[in-house]
Write a protein that binds this ligand. Structure first.
Ligand SMILES: NC(=O)c1ccc[n+]([C@@H]2O[C@H](COP(=O)([O-])OP(=O)(O)OC[C@H]3O[C@@H](n4cnc5c(N)ncnc54)[C@H](O)[C@@H]3O)[C@@H](O)[C@H]2O)c1
Length: 289
């Protein structure tokens, strides 16, 4: 068998204008040379869980971030702790005005927008019709989940794309990246997850058409579909239940760490070839009914 020899090839151009890298201060990535300017990110739901871990990772690695979350969230406190590289925007993702104001803040404070991570989301567990209780799923509850998870994500995407499109493209024509958060419930929704699964399935379904819409502008769109992650939601469960849930994951048999979600966001940002795709991050978990 012929020996495989490694061949040195020049790396592709930086995916972001100005050759920005998330590895600021760390190891230089072969794909994204270091830049003193740093990437500018907007992270929705950044006050808690997966969004919080993403903001922390990005800022630790030299990016600047606007953390968008509800006024009652822990977002303002986290932004204060992270210092000058982070700003808090109190906003509801379903509001065109409030998201517009958060983007205006991003432009005023940091001058540009390279990366958006949509983590804001809500969930409910209600049966379509509960025969035992003779109770029908409230339509308002269904609509609220769709509105926050699906319409809110689209609202942030459409307005962010406009600001991102103003970036000067890099040599590859790249202007930025939009990352969405679906769930494995988009594919294997469980009992009681009609609204949640529909909202996440909508995010999966719109990933490719939006990537196609924005391709001429050099803006990529990728969706992450997480399995079970140890965020405040699950952290509140008894240890026994958390352990049981973790054991449902083939490997590694545990709940995911929000830092592992943030790590994937970084990997997506640094690899300009991934676009229009949904990436499961679930340790091979397939949810049972
Ligand atoms: N944790 C998991 O196991 C898991 C698995 C699959 C998918 N997800 C998805 O990941 C995302 C983050 O989940 P998490 O576990 O970190 O949840 P979380 O509850 O810890 O964080 C969600 C954040 O979104 C914010 N938010 C809610 N509604 C908002 C609105 N209308 N406008 C702005 N912000 C709003 C909340 O204030 C909160 O800070 C959600 O979309 C969730 O559906 C989570």
């Amino acid at each position: 068998m012929a020996a495989i020899r490694s061949v040195k090839v020049p790396g592709p151009p930086s995916p972001f204008p100005g050759g920005v890298s998330l590895f600021g201060g760390g190891l230089p990535s072969p794909l994204t040379p270091l830049s003193p300017q740093g990437m500018v990110a907007l992270v929705t739901g950044g006050g808690s869980g997966l969004g919080r871990a993403t903001v922390e990772r990005l800022v630790e690695r030299g990016a600047r971030a606007v953390l968008l979350d509800l006024p009652r969230s822990g977002g303002a406190q986290l932004a204060r702790e992270l210092g000058e590289s982070c700003a808090f925007a109190a906003a509801d993702v379903t509001s065109p005005e409030e998201v517009g104001a958060a983007l205006a803040l991003t432009r005023e404070k940091f001058g540009r927008l390279d990366l958006v991570v949509n983590c804001a989301g809500v969930g409910i567990a209600v049966k379509t019709y509960n025969g035992k209780k003779d109770k029908v799923h409230e339509l308002e509850d269904f609509q609220r989940v769709i509105n926050v998870n699906l319409v809110g994500t689209f609202n942030v995407i459409r307005l962010s794309a406009q600001l991102m499109s103003r970036n000067a493209p890099d040599a590859d024509g790249h202007r930025g990246l939009l990352v969405n958060t679906a769930s494995v419930a988009a594919f294997e929704g469980q009992v009681g997850q009609a609204a949640y699964s529909a909202s996440k399935g909508g995010i999966v379904g719109m990933t490719l058409p939006i990537a196609r819409d924005l391709a001429p502008l050099g803006i990529r769109v990728v969706t992450i579909a997480p399995g079970l992650f140890s965020t405040p939601l699950l952290a509140a469960l008894p240890e026994k239940v958390r352990k049981f849930l973790g054991q449902q994951v083939p490997f590694p048999s545990r709940l995911g760490d929000p830092a592992e979600y943030a790590h994937l966001v970084q990997a997506l940002a640094e690899n300009p070839m991934i676009n229009g795709e949904v990436v499961r991050l679930d340790g091979a978990l397939r949810m049972q009914p």
